[in-house]
Design a protein around this ligand. Sequence first.
Ligand SMILES: [Zn+2]
Length: 492
Amino acid sequence: MHDLLFRGARVIDGSGSPSRLADVAVEGGLIVDIREASDPGRPAAARQVVACDGRVLAPGFIDVHTHDDALMLARAPLDQAHPKLSQGVTTVVTGNCGLSLAPLDAGDGRDLPAPLNLLEREAFRFASMAAYLNALAAQPPVCNVAALLGHTSLRVKHLPDLEREATDAQAEAMASDVGAALRQGAWGLSTGVFYPPARAATTQELIAVARPLGPAGGLLTMHIRDDAAHIEAALEEAFEVGRGSNAPLVISHHKVSGQANHGRSTRTLALIEAASLQQDVCLDCYPYDAGSTMLIPDRVHLSREVLVTWSSAEPAAAGRSLFQMAKERGLTPQAMAEQLVPAGVVTFSMDEADVRRIMSHPLAMIGSDGLPGDPHPHPRLWGSFPRVLGRYARHHGLFPLETAVRKMTAWPAARFGLDRATPQRAARGRIQPGWAADLVLFDADRVLDRADYATPSQPSSGIDAVYLAGVLAAERGLTVNAHAGRALRRVG
Ligand SMILES: [Zn+2]
């Protein structure tokens, strides 16, 4: 007898093909059988039967762009909403934008420059990727974790002077760490030359550090050097690093910032498309027209509004408009920003038409880029996936629901290699016999984000149940099992 049977579900299998009414059976953590409602051979019983009544059963969502490295080490309280599980997310990719906890042990009191402080300082205690993954294995996380290694973390570890390009020996040492992490189970390398600690890195440094990716089959995700006036050159650099390291490339949270650049996504997407004919490249994006990161004073002019989320210099500024504060004090916005750093902000810098054009592009997958350590986070932390399903697919009709689900399941799984099973781990990202029973049951008519800029830590509606390897992890938005996830190792 099967462990679990989903009866009468509208199955969206992740591939992008049309949904169908079917029963789905689960055994030993795997999907074992899928039968159309009219099939006389459909299983009659199971240890537990879930009456789906036409609700959607989809593969658990894969959040390809997170900064959840520390969040996954934290205990998730039961009977409360969790930012990831409550959205239907079952796997997170950590270590993006060049920032990863491993391999950086800051127990020696080392100074951690921004933006590493977007992660929790106390969590920098893993001298190797193996140590990080072992910690997750010792106390299983709330979601599955696929970890990337961050180039900025490597720079902080190996370079005494971050204002300079790495010497050959330093690049060699960083590349050696990349090779080791890949052997220990990391999925690839991320870079963030947009940020001060990595700005001095040249294209050649990036290629040298990324070189172990190609032979090992690891992937490269890049927060590119500029998303405003010089975005085309920044994309060209990313393509060059992808080619130079022979690694599949993901352009992180692709967006175009600054009013002067609105509409420019027609050009950037054409460039990415053209590159995709020569090399393996795709992109991730979040469904909002505002970004969020550390406050960089000389970039505030790119935004029509800047919301302060935290400020070490002036904690009372959290939740306030930077432009309003500047006006009150008779300062320019940049001068105001100089007074608030170090700080975090939400920046309203994008055009909605660009957001939609990028999100609907066939190469685009969904990643939240949420910052769980932020006291007043961007709502993307809690709302990204239901927002794509409810607001963009259902309400605006930007694409069919099946396409939306594909962008969060089978497509990212294929890009990251999560769809390839190893002896230790099943394939993920589709509803298919033999694949992991990471599943989300949701109501297509009700699914919607509720988090907004004023009240960002709000669970979404319509995500009825979330399963990891056949184990119920969240029900009606509340966590019922905080340890159903596991550290997914790419190899070994
Ligand atoms: Zn980033």
